[in-house]
Design a binder for this molecule. Structure first.
Ligand SMILES: Nc1ncnc2c1ncn2[C@@H]1O[C@H](COP(=O)(O)OP(=O)(O)OP(=O)(O)O)[C@@H](O)[C@H]1O
Ligand SMILES: [Mg+2]
Length: 387
């Protein structure tokens, strides 16, 4: 809908029909409709394909007879696109078989031109748009629930793996310490052995830190039960996990943290929100490097308190800014929508930010972005402070 006007596409090769339908629309006063007419199969199909990206039209009225093609051919093509634009069939004659076929191919409604009135047309469009929007919402919510389930089961897996790794690590560490001590006590020629043992202990400590972070982050999937979460602990765990990737890619990390703070959230899912922001930032920097911006790259994570009207209104603002490829003006309004991704199949599902948005919102917080193409991106999250 643009400027409070429903945008309707009419695909019909008969100008008289166009004039009739335009006149029917002009009789309507409740809602405003703007009609765009395409008179051939090709032009109509192109408009619907473009609509997939631009969402210019709210609904499409489609004539059955279109030269050597039929409206059913268009419907079949559009179904392949998984289009969200409802399509209402128009035919010259009432034909039950055709009606059923249109419905099976995915049409929202079927109207007989000779029996068309303004009210009938308006009602059919209104119901079709509402029905399509309900279906879209259902589909998106289902995907988000599945994604949250996936996160929860991955969390469970990671957490049991971290437990399993933790025990043998502890044993190896204490044996290495023992060997280090024995080497020390045995005197001659033992310096190199002692050094080796001390390297082993340091490296085991590094693995233990990673395992602990993984364990913290995977504790519990989204449950809807918020609690007072130690923000610095969550950030530390996420940074522990992402740091090797940043080091490998020479991405410097600036952490600007105020004194520790408790926020209203869920620890594991909050870590997953940050992890997705970090992974997105790394991908965006990869993209910038690929397109020739190989300058120093970095990510800055900043945490600060925002004073509210009263102490109970205090919020924490977390910003994560990167020097990556940035987001185009066309894409920026899409990035929090489920399935929106610019990444290759297998790299991104387009559910990271949509899931983050839902989670942060469920904790009473907000998430937003500022970015320009080629100029990096800055994500801001506000969370309520607790205690
Ligand atoms: N920091 C960023 N810089 C530039 N573009 C970004 C940034 N973060 C997100 N985007 C854009 O937003 C899109 C959606 O991000 P989102 O995290 O929802 O999904 P994804 O990363 O593509 O896939 P997933 O997170 O499900 O693996 C990305 O494909 C990318 O185009
Ligand atoms: Mg992502």
């Amino acid at each position: 809908m643009k400027n409070n006007e429903f945008q309707i596409l009419l695909i019909d090769d008969d100008e008289d029909d166009y004039v009739q339908i335009r006149d029917l629309f002009s009789d309507l006063t409740h809602n405003k409709y703007r009609l765009t007419w395409k008179s051939s199969f090709r032009d109509g199909l192109d408009a619907l394909i473009r609509n997939q990206e631009q969402s210019a039209f709210d609904a499409c009225l489609l004539d059955y007879q279109l030269g050597e093609h039929t409206g059913l051919d268009i419907l079949a093509e559009v179904q392949k696109l998984d289009s969200a634009c409802p399509i209402i069939f128009l035919t010259g004659l009432g034909d039950f078989d055709l009606d059923v076929k249109a419905m099976q191919t995915g049409a929202s409604d079927y109207l007989v031109k000779s029996a068309l009135t303004s009210q009938l047309l308006e009602r059919s469009i209104r119901y079709s748009i509402k029905h399509a929007s309900d279906l879209r919402e259902l589909h998106e919510n289902r995907a988000l629930i599945l994604q949250q389930d996936r996160l929860a089961s991955l969390g469970l897996l990671a957490s049991s793996l971290a437990h399993e790794i933790g025990t043998p690590l502890g044993i190896i560490r204490s044996r290495a310490e023992l060997a280090e001590k024995k080497a020390k006590d045995s005197g001659a020629n033992s310096t190199s052995l002692r050094d080796d043992m001390s390297v082993i202990v340091t490296q085991i400590d590094r693995i233990s830190k990673l395992v602990h972070s993984l364990l913290h982050l995977s504790r519990g999937g989204p449950s809807g039960n918020t609690s007072a979460v130690d923000l610095h602990q969550v950030i530390e765990d996420v940074v522990n996990l992402i740091r090797p990737e940043l080091d490998k890619k020479n991405i410097h990390l600036d952490l600007v943290l105020e004194q520790p703070v408790l926020v209203q959230a869920e620890a594991g899912p909050l870590g997953q929100v940050f992890l997705n922001l970090f992974v997105n930032a790394v991908h965006a920097i990869d993209e910038a490097v690929k397109t020739g911006h190989a300058r120093d790259h970095g990510i800055e994570l900043r945490v600060e308190s925002i004073q509210g009207q009263s102490p109970a209104d205090r919020k924490t603002l977390i910003t994560l800014a990167d020097t990556g490829c940035g987001i185009s003006a066309k894409n920026i309004s899409q990035i929090f929508k489920p399935f929106f991704t610019t990444k290759d199949v297998g790299v991104g599902t387009g559910l990271g930010l949509a899931t983050s948005y839902k989670l942060v919102q469920s904790w009473g917080g907000t998430i937003s972005v500022r970015s320009k193409e080629g100029k990096g991106a800055k994500f801001s999250i506000t969370l309520l402070q607790k205690g």
